[in-house]
Design a protein around this ligand. Structure first.
Ligand code: HGY
Ligand code: MN
Ligand code: MN
Length: 415
């Protein structure tokens, strides 16, 4: 088996992989070299059409599901539960070319390498493009993978609306119209394993000067929207003592939240107040309403729970309302699949680092569905969710080789 695994790894074609990354990046290309491809937007649908065509060229069957996930399955020798791999192709508004996309395209490259090497596997290999992982157009994030694992979620998700008031349901309808003949992947027995290749999106691998990350888990995440109310009034005539300025209240609450987050979480604290909306958002009118989002991450479940409690107390003190947009505990991946990742790094003589993911990924939900793990490659300067997001070509190729090695072993594991 290891000869087939090494053979598949050797058939990874660097220029074919790198070219596919550049091609996909054209869908939603920004002038600054980044990508802006909102989930299920017309741009995303065009990108999906590129993936569907590529998958058919590679001899895969293509199916979808109620949440517009795309499943590209390479046939196998035996009719056994598949090994799944993949990631997402929706991006942040000022995203890069690699976040999510690399994991899908490297998986396609593994299919191409298996084809070129004439390798057939016991189990089917199923590449997946999960819908709306970023959660930037529709909240929460990782909608496609979570709805795949728990189909009951799709009904609530369908009501989610983007900033233009378009519901996920109508975006899904547009997707079905764009791909009218795609077969629906019906629920079947759980996959045998899931493995996601992704850029680290942080600095640790680069700081350690190591080309591959063996990902043992993902830290927990909390997303909230906090709404502060005030009274709109004239900026020139209203004395300071007579104001009810929603922005003053929001800034004060933000400071309190940041303080107790750091006090709870220490150096592992990651807190971001990334999205603000101000009403009426006029230079010369005191704000009547300010809504801001909180993104809090931490590897320790009790810190996450304490944050929830302290946030509720803080907001109650100020008589401010909030909405929980996304709550997920830390995830530990499956030791057996982690071992496959570590073995692949060793087989390719590549130094590797055991790492916990700071970013969330679709694998956090797949870990509930089947034994799962992830493999990272370094992000230059630790930069991501930024048009400057980049990874050295040789790292991108090495990651794909390691993924191929893992997939061959997993696809040939006995029932
Ligand atoms: O926010 C995240 O962790 C992911 O990159 N969407
Ligand atoms: Mn991602
Ligand atoms: Mn991302």
């Amino acid at each position: 088996m290891s000869s087939d695994a090494l053979k598949a790894a050797s058939y990874i074609d660097a220029s074919r992989l790198l070219e596919s990354i550049e091609t996909l990046a054209c869908f939603g290309a920004r002038d600054d070299g980044g990508v802006d491809r909102p989930a299920l937007s017309p741009i995303d649908i065009d990108a999906r059409r590129f993936l569907v065509n590529r998958a058919v060229e590679l001899g895969c069957t293509v199916r979808t599901d109620a949440c517009a996930n795309l499943f590209f399955r390479r046939p196998s020798v035996e009719d056994l539960p598949p090994v799944m791999t993949g990631s997402h192709v929706d991006t942040q508004p000022t995203g890069g070319k690699l976040d999510g996309c690399y994991g899908v395209l490297a998986a396609f490259e593994c299919v191409a390498a298996l084809n070129d090497a004439g390798i057939r596997t016991r189990r089917p290999l199923e590449v997946v493009a999960w819908t709306n992982e970023e959660g930037t157009r529709f909240q929460p994030g990782a909608m496609g993978s979570s709805a795949f694992v728990d189909p009951a979620l799709i009904e609530r998700y369908g009501q989610a609306k983007d900033s233009d008031g378009i519901s996920l349901d109508s975006a899904l309808a547009a997707h079905r119209e764009a791909f009218p003949s795609l077969e629906t992947r019906v629920a079947e027995t759980a996959a045998h394993a899931f493995i996601e290749l992704h850029i680290e999106q942080g600095p640790l691998l680069e700081l350690a000067n190591v080309p591959l990350g063996v990902v043992k888990g993902i830290q927990g995440v909390r997303w909230y929207a906090v709404r502060c109310r005030g009274v709109a009034a004239h900026a020139g005539t209203t004395p300071m003592h007579a104001r009810h300025d929603a922005m003053t209240l929001a800034v004060c609450i933000r400071a309190e939240i940041a303080a107790f987050a750091y006090q709870l979480g220490g150096n592992d604290t990651r807190i971001t107040f990334g999205r603000w909306s101000v009403l009426p958002n006029s230079i010369n009118t005191i704000a009547s309403e300010v809504t801001f989002t909180i993104d809090f991450r931490h590897p320790n479940p009790s810190v996450l729970h304490s944050f929830d409690t302290q946030l509720a107390n803080c907001l109650a003190r100020h008589a401010v309302t909030s909405e929980a947009l996304f709550i997920h505990p830390p995830v530990d991946f499956a030791p057996a699949v982690i071992q496959r990742v570590a073995d692949a790094c060793d087989a390719l003589d590549a130094p590797s680092l055991s790492i916990t993911s700071g970013a969330f990924h679709d694998a956090m939900y797949l870990a509930k569905h089947c034994p799962s793990a992830m493999l990272f490659v370094p992000s230059r300067g630790g930069i991501s969710h930024n048009p400057l997001e980049a990874t050295d070509d040789d790292h991108l190729v090495l990651g794909a080789r390691a993924l191929a090695h893992c997939l061959v072993h997993l696809c040939n594991e006995a029932p």
